[in-house]
Design a protein around this ligand. Structure first.
Ligand code: PLP
Length: 418
């Protein structure tokens, strides 16, 4: 008997569709398809944080050379151990230990396919039945998508725009219960461009300790702090509360396509080991794909040999771009920036739709902006805040100014006439 198309036995997992609908990539794809093909001007991407395509954000030749040396050595053509190769784990331990009051061991380090897989690992490990996790709002929607996919319940605490996007500890305490396992902080912040002080991180540690939960510190923007506050890693407080630090070379070295990240247990008292979390991390990595071995092979050179002048050049460009962004936004009445960005590559601005004709919300605004001005900006709803916008300033300064000029003329065209 020939099979007819209606009685095939397979079907896709619907959870996947609903989980991917809430990612940044999902929203940006929708905006890109709203671009007007007959606009001769180039589209200006203020939506996603990948400056690697711009010449001024080219990575250091130290990193390029490290990759070439690694490939040419023929030492890294094999499968990697599932936790990563030892020299690369040691290099990450040494790199991070520079900023800590204790020394990490290579055994505290697990190499992953970018910071993305590090998030996948820790959320999956923590998703035992009934458990819940506290996530920041606004935040990075991959956490929500991944949590949905592993049936981990999510509860959102607020970040306070009027307080430099610091954590609202009252909302943290109100949300936590006996099934809460961890809270996530992203520092320097995506989407807010905030950098947390030592004192604020100390309060995070105290709160987590009181609640008996892990702090997951997403430090993928480590050291990309160009304002008044220095970057302080959460691991500094590892002796008072277990901290799982997530990071990668994607942002600081501007090579997101190389897919090299890490998950690190900052846990000098061995609490994560005793509670079985470490065994679960290893078990998860045993059944998942590993970062490419020759990229791992290049990691020691990348981390040890990159010169300070590369980092300071990138920070200078980001600082100037953040300044341009902050000043130009002041000239656009329908958007307001509560906090000048001091780190990462993003800023959150509040949208006042009451000043605009025919624009009901942030998604409307972004769709019309894409089709009329060929400018892509991320609607705040994608990061948890309706009627806000996330703007990235990590692009060539000239394009950034052009993009903000176009947003201004968009406002002028749509502003409510009195
Ligand atoms: C970019 C980003 C990631 C993912 O980093 P990759 O190394 O590219 O996987 C994770 N968290 C945040 C907050 C990010 O902005």
């Amino acid at each position: 008997m020939e099979n007819t198309s209606d009685n095939w036995k397979f079907k896709g997992n619907k959870e996947l569709n609903s989980a991917s609908a809430i990612t940044v990539r999902g929203a940006l794809n929708a905006l890109m398809s709203n671009l007007n093909a007959s606009d001769e001007r180039a589209a200006i991407p203020l939506g996603h944080g990948d400056p690697s395509a711009f010449p001024c954000f080219r990575t250091t030749t130290v990193a390029d050379d490290a990759i070439c040396d690694s490939v040419r050595s023929a030492k890294f053509n094999s499968y990697s151990p599932t936790v990563g190769i030892l020299p690369a784990r040691r290099a990450v331990a040494d790199y991070l230990s520079q900023d800590l009051p204790y020394k990490l061991s290579p055994d505290d380090v697990y190499l992953t396919l970018g910071c993305t897989q590090a998030i996948e690992v820790i959320l999956t490990v923590l998703s035992s039945p009934g458990a819940n996790i506290l996530l920041p709002r606004p935040g990075f929607p991959y956490y929500e998508a991944r949590a949905a996919f592993c049936n981990l319940e999510v509860r959102h605490f607020d970040l306070l725009p009027e307080k430099g996007w610091e954590v609202d500890f009252d909302s943290v305490e109100a949300l936590a219960d006996k099934n809460t396992v961890a809270m996530v902080i992203i520092n320097p912040g995506n989407p807010c461009g905030s950098v947390y002080s030592y004192e604020h991180l100390e309060k995070v540690a105290k709160m987590a300790k009181k609640l008996g939960i892990i702090v997951i510190a997403d430090e993928v923007y480590d050291h990309l702090a160009f304002g008044s506050k220095p970057f302080v890693p959460m691991g500094v407080f590892g002796s008072s509360v277990p901290v799982v630090t997530l990071g990668s070379i994607s942002k600081r070295w501007i090579v997101p396509g190389w897919r090299l990240g890490w998950l690190v247990t900052n846990d000098p008292n061995g609490i994560l080991r005793k509670s079985g979390i470490v065994d679960c991390i290893i078990a998860f990595l045993n059944v998942s794909a590993d970062p490419v071995t020759f990229i791992q092979g290049a990691l020691p050179q990348i981390l040890e040999k990159t010169k300070e002048d590369f980092f300071s050049k990138i920070k200078t460009i980001l600082r100037q771009a953040a300044d341009i962004c902050y000043e130009k936004i002041k000239e656009i009445p329908c958007i307001e920036c509560p906090q000048k960005p001091e780190g990462s590559m993003f800023v959150m601005v509040k949208l006042d739709t009451s000043l605009l004709d025919g624009i009901d919300n942030d998604m409307d605004f972004c769709l019309s902006l894409a089709s009329e001005e060929s400018v892509i900006v991320l609607p705040g709803i994608c990061v948890g805040l309706r009627n806000w916008l996330r703007i990235t300033f990590a692009i060539e300064p000239a394009s950034l100014e052009d993009g903000l000029r176009r947003i201004k003329s968009f406002y002028e065209r749509h502003s409510k006439k009195k």
